[in-house]
Design a protein around this ligand. Structure first.
Ligand code: AMP
Length: 398
């Protein structure tokens, strides 16, 4: 069966078409600037790429063009839309309304739109727009929602609660939900496979370090804690997000800068993190170049990122009562040896011993073991594949 995976952002839409017989990607692409002048679709299929530059005022037009590309001359990989057995949609925020991947019906759409938009105001309306667009052009094809936070639903109450009034948690659902769940799930399962071990027997800390970063504790194959919170703003500092900060400092800063609540949230999400610290860039390649040229603030941003990540690894080892494996994944986790070294440095007392040569080795795109042979804790670099997880979950459900 062929499964289409759609990841819709506010002005973008990424897709991959999988042949689930062998889990191969037979077509992929991305639309950018939906609703903005200069919309473009870059589509790949049959080993070729085609660029479609045309006006795409909304997600429906974008999806129509994607479906056209799937059977267009040259890059086309299917003859008819009927060949697509189902569509899996990535959704960021689920609140407590969706605990697992969900087959779409009218009730599901109602809940998605009425209950979850305020929990994921940047992402969920885009996912719903992508969903409606697919339903319009592929009526009768099963649609499945796969939530970023599903994998974190196994967290115990003591891990997901904030220290606020219990009545307010109950009334408003304010608690930790986490994000990047499909990635944490994928890489923890891959780690167990690589180690030839039953996931039930392993205590793993997964570090998804990219423009957004989160760290999870995976004990016995299930998530028991994660660093992102009510929204993806919590946890370590990131490309442009502050990470965790004393709530009183937020109120103090808002007063000093004359910001209202909404402006303050934008500030913490878009203007802080390593960008705010360095004043140079949110991209780690620029920070590393800056630090090498002696820029102290670039170095500070890198040091803070590794230090904060290390503290999560240590605290999750304590939470699980042990540690068998650390996994690094996503753009930074897969590509930045200095960050991995900074995270592992000082964790020797937990049994972590890095093989520096292996850590500095080339990114092959495959799983790489970067711990020393005599390290008690395995340290692995595992390329993430969120789209494949979404395709698998979709197939499993239908
Ligand atoms: P992601 O959000 O997973 O796509 O990760 C994006 C981030 O990964 C970028 O902002 C970069 O900071 C980082 N990144 C990607 N490729 C590299 C690389 N080759 N070297 C260092 N950092 C990289």
């Amino acid at each position: 069966m062929k499964i289409l995976v759609v990841n819709a952002g506010s002005s973008s839409l990424k897709y991959q078409l999988f042949d689930m017989e062998n889990e191969s990607v037979i077509a992929k692409g991305a639309v950018e600037r939906i609703g903005i002048p200069g919309s473009v679709l870059k589509a790949k299929g049959n080993g070729q790429e085609k660029v479609y530059e045309q006006d795409m005022p909304d997600h429906k037009v974008a999806i129509q063009l994607v479906l056209h590309a799937l059977h267009d001359e040259g890059i086309g990989v299917i003859k008819s839309m009927n060949e697509i057995g189902a569509v899996g949609h990535r959704v960021v925020a689920s609140g407590e309304y969706f605990k697992k991947p969900t087959l779409v019906d009218d009730e599901v759409i109602k809940t998605l739109e009425e209950k979850t938009f305020e929990l994921g105001p940047l992402h969920n309306p885009a996912a719903a727009a992508g969903l409606h667009a697919c339903m319009d052009v592929m009526p009768g094809t099963p649609m499945v929602l796969v939530f970023d936070s599903s994998f974190h639903q196994t967290m115990p109450e003591k891990a997901y609660m904030f220290g606020i009034k219990y009545e307010d948690y109950k009334a408003y659902g304010v608690r930790k939900y986490g994000a990047h769940g499909t990635s944490h799930k994928f890489v923890s399962q891959e780690a167990a496979k690589y180690m030839g071990r039953d996931p039930k027997s392993l205590k793993i800390v997964t570090c998804h370090l990219g423009n957004g970063s989160s760290i999870s504790a995976v004990d016995g194959g299930v998530c028991v804690d994660t660093s992102m919170g009510f929204t993806p703003l919590d946890g370590v500092l990131m490309g442009t997000r502050s990470g965790c900060i004393d709530a009183s400092a937020v109120e103090f800063l808002a007063r000093k800068k004359g910001f209202d609540a909404a402006r303050m949230v934008t500030y913490l999400n878009k203007e802080c993190g390593v960008l705010g610290i360095s004043g140079v860039s949110s991209d780690f390649r620029d920070l590393i170049a800056g630090a090498e040229q002696g820029n102290a603030r670039c170095k500070l941003a890198l040091d803070m990122f590794a230090y904060q990540t290390k503290k999560f690894v240590g605290s999750y080892a304590a939470a699980m009562g042990g540690l068998d494996c650390i996994v690094f994944t996503a753009g930074i986790g897969e590509n930045t040896p200095t960050v991995r070294e900074g995270v592992c440095e000082g964790l020797e007392f937990l049994g972590v011993k890095l093989d520096k040569a292996a850590n500095n080795g080339k990114n092959t795109g495959a799983i790489r073991e970067i711990s020393a042979k005599d390290s008690k804790v395995k340290v692995l670099v595992i390329p993430t594949n969120e789209e494949l997880v979404i395709a698998r979950e979709t197939l499993a459900l239908i």
